[in-house]
Design a protein around this ligand. Structure first.
Ligand SMILES: *[C@@H]1O[C@H](CO)[C@@H](O)[C@H](O)[C@H]1NC(C)=O
Ligand SMILES: *[C@@H]1O[C@H](CO)[C@@H](O)[C@H](O)[C@H]1NC(C)=O
Ligand SMILES: *[C@@H]1O[C@H](CO)[C@@H](O)[C@H](O)[C@H]1NC(C)=O
Length: 428
């Protein structure tokens, strides 16, 4: 494949690390140093979010995944075990996956050690073993307003057997890990395109059209025309934290509030909050969930409930015809995650109430199953809160690895727009 292209790429990567500079390198991909834009679709059957990055075939977006993985052609390039990318592919080890070393003898050349990696399926919780290879991914270069032109770029990816696609959306060809790891997609795009190691993620709601992601960060404009760069007018943010053995995104919260009243918790000290695009609804650790749901229950005591409070898994359901609407969704008490650093992640009705039938809406926060955190860093203490996809929809998020900072716009309905308002018409 694109062998001559790869060498200069590796050289720039090496040079960059030797001089310990931030990962901003000279433009080298076909995108001319421009950020890349891709559309995002929410799969109705699985509630997973995908982007058509692999020859138009979708890859599932996984904020907690350190690798890109996909099914491969029988004939494919393999990287060698001593290759630095092989070492990076083993920086994080999936749960319940035997340690088998960095590779195996190559059947084609028994003196060669062929690198293998462990792709992790966030839906089934299963890990597999596959060759570390290079694949071509595709997106469009963008100025933040429109796609400008298609760009194909090589990415290091792990192969996976077909069976490893279980429980992913029907058309999906694999997973694009977006975590804080060298072989995750944002860092690879940064090196291939010579753009910043950051990305903007705007997840669409189900049935609400396509969302958008821009690798390389902003600017990002949403219709109606004349609007400002959303990434330049964020409502809040917080420092990104690390959790042992997990490459995912964590922030730290001081407290949780319902209706601007602090929820009394039995735990003291900071609350670890993870962001997960493969968790459909926000889950809270049982010690946080119980007082939190009680606070929301109390604050909505006057509202008409739907009894029995089915359907599972929701605990609090309401007659939605009587909830009342605002432009931020149903008129229910707001939920605040009071973050370290002074800003609040505020959840309004649009992100807290899910419509489960024509006249029933349920409070879309769930109890974390005890002892069943799953995913990378499984051995570490469970975070207090895992913010799920539904609570991130129509809220533009900027994950900036260079500044180690998360930024968010807040619910875009407040700005008369949504994540489905990117203009995907190719610029003339
Ligand atoms: C680039 O954008 C055009 C216009 O939206 C779209 O049809 C095409 O599929 C995009 N290409 C890629 C590789 O995403
Ligand atoms: C954050 O939320 C808390 C609880 O609702 C509130 O007391 C505080 O004033 C809010 N802070 C900001 C900066 O909005
Ligand atoms: C979308 O972008 C195209 C190309 O720049 C432009 O012609 C069109 O007017 C835009 N659509 C809207 C609704 O602004």
């Amino acid at each position: 494949m694109a062998q001559p292209k790869i060498l200069p790429l590796l050289l720039t990567a090496t040079l960059c690390c030797l001089s310990a500079l931030p990962s901003r390198t000279a433009a080298s991909g076909g995108g001319g140093g421009k950020p890349l834009v891709t559309a995002i679709t929410k799969d109705a059957a699985t509630s997973l979010y995908t982007a058509p990055l692999r020859d138009g075939r979708p890859l599932v977006l996984d904020l907690s995944g350190p690798l890109v993985w996909t099914t491969c052609e029988p004939e494919h390039e393999t990287l060698e075990c001593h290759h630095r990318e092989c070492v990076h592919a083993h920086a994080y080890h999936p749960p319940r996956c035997p340690h088998t070393g960095n590779g195996v003898a190559d059947e084609a050349d028994r003196f060669r050690c062929k690198c293998t990696a462990h792709p992790y399926n966030p839906s089934t919780g299963a890990a597999a073993t596959g060759d570390l290879t290079r694949v071509a991914l595709a997106a469009n270069a963008t100025d933040g307003r429109n796609p400008l032109r298609p760009v194909s770029f090589p990415a290091v990816a792990s192969c996976a057997p077909d069976a490893h696609l279980a429980k992913l959306p029907a058309a999906a060809a694999g997973v694009a890990g977006l975590a804080r790891a060298r072989l995750a997609l944002p860092a690879q795009v940064a090196r291939a395109q010579g753009v910043a190691d950051k990305f903007a993620l705007c997840l669409p709601s189900g049935g609400g059209g396509q969302g958008v992601a821009i690798f390389g960060g902003g600017p990002l404009f949403l219709l109606p025309p004349g609007g400002q760069d959303v990434t330049a007018r964020l409502a809040g943010g917080a420092a990104l934290r690390r959790s042992p053995e997990s490459p995912g995104y964590y922030v730290s919260a001081k407290s949780v509030a319902v209706n601007q009243q602090q929820v009394p918790l039995s735990v003291h000290g900071p609350l670890a909050v993870e962001l997960s695009s493969t968790t459909p609804y926000t889950v809270l650790r049982p010690d946080v969930y119980a007082p939190f749901v009680k606070a929301f229950d109390d604050a909505t005591a006057e509202r008409k409930r739907v009894t029995p409070p089915a359907p599972a898994p929701f605990e609090l359901c309401y007659d939605s015809r009587e909830l009342g609407s605002t432009r931020l969704g149903y008129a229910v008490p707001q939920v605040d995650l009071v973050l370290e650093g002074g800003s609040n992640w505020t959840v309004f009705g649009g992100n807290s109430m899910v419509q489960v039938s024509d006249d029933t809406a349920c409070f879309a926060f769930l109890r974390m199953e005890e002892g069943k955190k799953g995913g990378y860093g499984e051995g570490a203490a469970a975070p207090a809160v895992v913010i799920g996809g539904f609570q991130m929809e129509n809220n533009l998020l900027v994950f900036d690895e260079e500044k180690r900072q998360l930024g968010f716009s807040g619910l875009l309905f407040g700005r008369q727009t949504t994540c489905s308002n990117f203009n995907f018409t190719l610029a003339a």
